[in-house]
Every structure is written in structure tokens, then in C-alpha cells.
Design a protein around this ligand. Structure first.
Ligand SMILES: Nc1ncnc2c1ncn2[C@@H]1O[C@H](COP(=O)(O)OP(=O)(O)O)[C@@H](O)[C@H]1O
Ligand SMILES: [Mg+2]
Length: 275
């Protein structure tokens, strides 16, 4: 089964899109490095703001006939073909493909309310296309809305990016609780919390290191920490220039940290495959 990693947190600005786009490209790089038979990765943008689509494709004008919105509105039997038709190649790498978001997704939840099987309108057609990809990465909007539920139902691994200042235990446990609800309440047993990713970490800030230490010693959260991405100017510059952080500056602290995270994810995935 193709692993599908969703980046989710109901807070905005915590690095979901930044992490989704760079993890997706990082996976292409590492798969290619190890001569994998298939190094194609699909990035799915479910956020109507379309930041992940914009930085990877240079476009934010996707709409009724060429975006995730098109897939969600398609006839159920046609949806897999529609999804395949809406995928575009990114500008970052020929093997990084994108199912772009559209501003129209803002109204899609309302339009789909009451439609039978609405939460599965991404997962169902995606299951037909997924075997063509080595991995899938899904970016979500900052809320637990129908769109985010769709993303979680299409995923096998959830990563929760969080800024050190938002490391409150209660908030994080509730995000993890939501993901577990989807697994158990919606009978989606293949979904697991893959980890908490601390982003924008500034070790010079005492509050940041204190919060990270508290998290590490927490009996649940400590086990879930899967990476720490430093606060790094290279990230904001790369974002601004529509580049991956790896291309912008492969030696930047954030590039190194994202590289390590991706290597860990690949190790975790191959262990689960073998186990
Ligand atoms: N490690 C980092 N260092 C510096 N700036 C970052 C870092 N991660 C994200 N940012 C910046 O923070 C802002 C929000 O990131 P983004 O990925 O868009 O968050 P989200 O998708 O969760 O709303 C962006 O301007 C991005 O460039
Ligand atoms: Mg975002």
C-alpha cells in the first residue's frame, strides 16, 4: 500500500505547507538516491488558500476543471479519471506531482453537505491512483473541517507540526485525539499518528527549549516527537521565491533537519512494510 502522509494541525502558520512541500520533495530525492523503482511523489493540497500549490507549481489559478475541487464535484465513477487528469507536474522536480487546491474549495464543504459519502470523495478515487506513486503527501487547512477529514481519511500517517510556543499539552493531545477518532470512529485502521514535528525552533529562546524539554519528558507526547526544524531565514526566503528549502540552500539548518526527518520517515515506512 502506498503510504500517504498528512500534515495537520488546526492552528495556522505552524509550518504545515512548508513541511508538506519539502517532505514531498525530500521523499523524491531520497527514493531516487536509493534507486527506488518508482520515485514519484504526489502532493495533494486540500487548503483553499493553495500555498502548497502556489510554491510548487507557480500558479494559484486552479478552478472548476483542473483542481481538487473538480475531483470532489465529479461523478463517483468518473472521479478516479478526473483526479488523474487534474494532477500537474511541479516546477520543483519532474517526479513531484501536484493535485492543486482551488479557492473554490472554500465553498465545497457547503456544496457537499448532505451528499452521501462526502468525506470519502478524496480517499475513494485516490485509492485507484495511489499505486502509481511511491508516496503521497497531503497538506490541510488550519481547521478540523470536512476538507481536513477528507485528507485524514485518505492518509496512513499523520504528522502534527507545531511551533514551540504552541506546545501546550492539552491542545496537542486534542489534535491527536481527533486523529485517533478518525481511525476508530470512522473505521480507518490504517491511519496512525506518525509524530509531532516541532517547527520554527529557536534554541536561543529560553521558552522554546523549556517547552521542548517538557514535551520530551511527557509520557505520551515525548514518544511522538519525530523531528525538530529550526527557525531559519532560508525557509522564509525559499517560500517567498517559490523554491524548496533544499534548492534554496542545501546546507541551511532547516534543509538538514528536513533531510533527516525524511530519512527517518522512509526508515519508519520500510520497517512497517517489513513488519
Ligand atoms: N522553520 C521555519 N523557519 C522560518 N520560517 C518558517 C519556518 N517554517 C515556516 N516558516 C514560515 O512561517 C509561515 C507559515 O508557514 P506555513 O508552512 O505556511 O504554515 P501553515 O501551512 O501551517 O499555515 C510562512 O511564511 C513560512 O515561510
Ligand atoms: Mg498552509
Amino acid at each position: 500500500m502506498t503510504r500517504s502522509i498528512v500534515l495537520t494541525n488546526h492552528k495556522g502558520g505552524v509550518g504545515k505547507s512548508m513541511s508538506a512541500t519539502n517532505i514531498a520533495l525530500g521523499l523524491v530525492h531520497i527514493l531516487r538516491h536509493f534507486n527506488a523503482r518508482n520515485s514519484r511523489v504526489l502532493l495533494i493540497d486540500t487548503d483553499s488558500q493553495g500555498h502548497a500549490s502556489l510554491v510548487t507549481t507557480g500558479r494559484n489559478d486552479f478552478g472548476t476543471d483542473n483542481s481538487l475541487y473538480t475531483v470532489l464535484m465529479a461523478d463517483r465513477r468518473e472521479a478516479p479519471n478526473v483526479l488523474a487528469d487534474c494532477i500537474v507536474q511541479s516546477e520543483w522536480d519532474a517526479d513531484l506531482h501536484v493535485l492543486p487546491a482551488s479557492p473554490l474549495l472554500e465553498g465545497a464543504e457547503r456544496e457537499l453537505t448532505g451528499t452521501a459519502g462526502a468525506p470519502y470523495r478524496l480517499a475513494d478515487p485516490l485509492s485507484k491512483i495511489a499505486p502509481h506513486y511511491a508516496a503521497i503527501v497531503i497538506d490541510t487547512r488550519p481547521s478540523f473541517s470536512l476538507m481536513t477529514e477528507m485528507g485524514l481519511l485518505a492518509a496512513t500517517d499523520a504528522i502534527v507540526p507545531v511551533e514551540p510556543r504552541y506546545l501546550e499539552t492539552v491542545g496537542l493531545l486534542s489534535v491527536i485525539g481527533k486523529i485517533n477518532d478518525i481511525r476508530e470512529g470512522w473505521r480507518h485502521p490504517s491511519l496512525h499518528v506518525s509524530g509531532i514535528l516541532v517547527t520554527k525552533m529557536d534554541r536561543r529562546v529560553k521558552g522554546h527549549t523549556q517547552l521542548l524539554d517538557e514535551m520530551k519528558s511527557h509520557n505520551v507526547l515525548g514518544q511522538l516527537l519525530c523531528g525538530v526544524i529550526p527557525q531559519n531565514e532560508a525557509v522564509s526566503y525559499s517560500h517567498h521565491n517559490h523554491l524548496s528549502v533544499f534548492n534554496y540552500d542545501p546546507k541551511a539548518a532547516a534543509s538538514v533537519a528536513y533531510g533527516e526527518l525524511v530519512a527517518n520517515l522512509v526508515r519508519q515506512m520500510s520497517r512497517q512494510k517489513a513488519g
